[in-house]
Write a new protein. Sequence first.
Length: 133
Amino acid sequence: MRYILTILFFSLLTAITFAKGGSGIYYIKGTAYGADKAILKNAELTVKVGGRIKTIRTDDHGQFEIEVQWESACPSGRTILQHRCDNKKINPEFIYIRYDDKEVKVNNKWKKYGQLFPESEDKIIRKKDLYFN
């Protein structure tokens, strides 16, 4: 009896764990270029993801790294359509990156790069160069 209860408990625990939503981060990495296609060395970029705004700086080679946080709503008790709507509300469709008076709009690819248990760091890195024309 104790054996059956133990198996039932762990089965229930596993089901509850997988029914919950998740959260994590992925990265956008690349090179930033100005209007004349010159590399933006040591430039300040303002990044807006949803309601969060942060400033990042490119390095001596114009390389940047943006950390994008993502969340997945709990699907429990929700239809597939409701779950998609929930996720759309908590994960903005676009990421806005500004340099001086120029802005670049980048699609938020959190579903593709956002993984709870990535196999390697490459699985959560999106390579994307930015052109501020």
